[in-house]
Design a protein around this ligand. Structure first.
Ligand code: UDP
Ligand code: MG
Length: 342
């Protein structure tokens, strides 16, 4: 997104960012409920719709809205890039001091925005919506979601009840410091913790999806778990990869050295072989002498394997260190984030 595109527009207090993927039946209702809710606010606002490659009439509806209302903007992707990409485009385009993403299907309630803003004014950088009374299927959606939220809280140290709820309020500085990839939008609070954001949570309303279809199923849970591994790694080791890879590398390498050392000493000083005990056990157990290499020398193989994996892990850590330097230095991206300078 070019900066001039943004600078032409006026600064506003609040940007609502709404990803839209085949939601033609919901857009008119959404618009009228949104304007009812937002016109009561004292803050100036804009609404940014991102059409994530819809194949229905969604964009035609959005085009008309944007042409008739100056505070509505419609962005259209060339194809379906996913909800995270859509939100990310909206965040990049938004001019508001506060940015509030929301679903297009009216499952979130526009009348909750006011309460999010009030809470934000108490001195927070993020106020997270919590769908305490979630209106989605119990077994396929709510149970996996409860478990996933517990797991994410535990792994990231960010204690929220509902990472998946799109309706949250963010101060723009926070989002400016976060780059989203894959499906990482639900992990924004975790990344925000890394840059020292102050966070609060409030309960928000949640309605059943009245029209259109949900775009997700149970398979999302697995993808969330995989993403969590990335997030955990980035949170803990992204500026010091050698410390995690190197640790495993050293443990493996040293165990390998011990085992190989033990075998070498046996070979040199005890000609019968130190593992003759194991061999005779194997002979007795099978009554045969024709063992494969792996049966005859389990310790040797384990030792050599550990040596090599150890070296590989350490090398991976070193490559990681190079990558992280390229990442920070090529973008002149500091490894810290400043709140105020006085
Ligand atoms: N969405 C999107 N791109 C996608 C999938 C979904 O922009 O690839 C939008 C969708 O239109 C909706 C929001 O993301 O506004 C949440 O999607 P959905 O309601 O299907 O998710 P659920 O509420 O079932 O978790
Ligand atoms: Mg929905």
């Amino acid at each position: 997104m070019s900066n001039s595109q943004k600078n032409d527009r006026e600064k506003v207090d609040l940007s609502i960012v709404i990803p839209v993927f085949n939601e033609e039946e919901n857009l008119h209702d959404l618009y009228s409920r949104l304007t009812d809710a937002l016109s009561k606010l004292k803050e100036s606002y804009e609404i940014i719709f991102i059409d994530d490659g819809s194949t229905d009439l969604s964009f035609e509806i959005l085009r008309k809205m944007a042409q008739t209302h100056t505070n509505i903007h419609a962005i259209r992707f060339r194809r379906n890039f996913g909800q995270t990409a859509a939100m990310s485009a909206g965040f990049d385009y938004a001019c508001g001091e506060v940015i509030v993403p929301m679903d297009a299907d009216l499952q979130n309630d526009p009348f909750d925005v006011e309460r999010l803003l009030e809470k934000l004014d108490d001195g927070y950088d993020i106020v997270s919506g919590w769908r305490a009374n979630r209106q989605d299927g119990f077994f396929l959606r709510r149970i996996p979601s409860i478990l996933a939220n517990r797991l994410i809280s535990w792994m990231t140290g960010v204690y929220l009840h509902d990472f998946g709820c799109t309706l949250k309020a963010y101060r723009r500085e926070i989002l400016e410091n976060i780059n989203l990839y894959g499906e990482l939008h639900r992990f924004i609070p975790a990344f925000a913790k890394l840059i020292g954001a102050r966070m609060a949570e409030i309960k928000v309303r949640h309605h059943p999806r009245a029209r259109g279809k949900s775009k997700y199923g149970i398979s999302r849970t697995i993808r969330v778990i995989l993403d969590l591994i990335t997030v955990k790694f980035l949170m803990s080791y992204s500026t010091r990869p050698i410390q995690i890879f190197g640790l495993f590398g050293l443990i493996f390498f040293l165990s390998g050295i011990c085992i190989c050392g033990y075998l070498s000493i046996g070979k040199l000083f005890f000609p019968a072989g130190v593992e003759s005990g194991i061999l005779s056990y194997l002979y007795a157990a099978t009554g045969e002498r024709g063992f494969s290499l792996i049966e005859r020398m389990p310790m040797l193989i384990l030792g050599v394997l550990l040596l090599f994996t150890g070296i590989q892990f350490i090398t991976m850590g070193l490559i990681g260190e190079l990558v992280i330097r390229t990442y920070h230095e090529s973008q002149k991206k500091p490894i810290y984030v400043i709140r105020d300078i006085i």
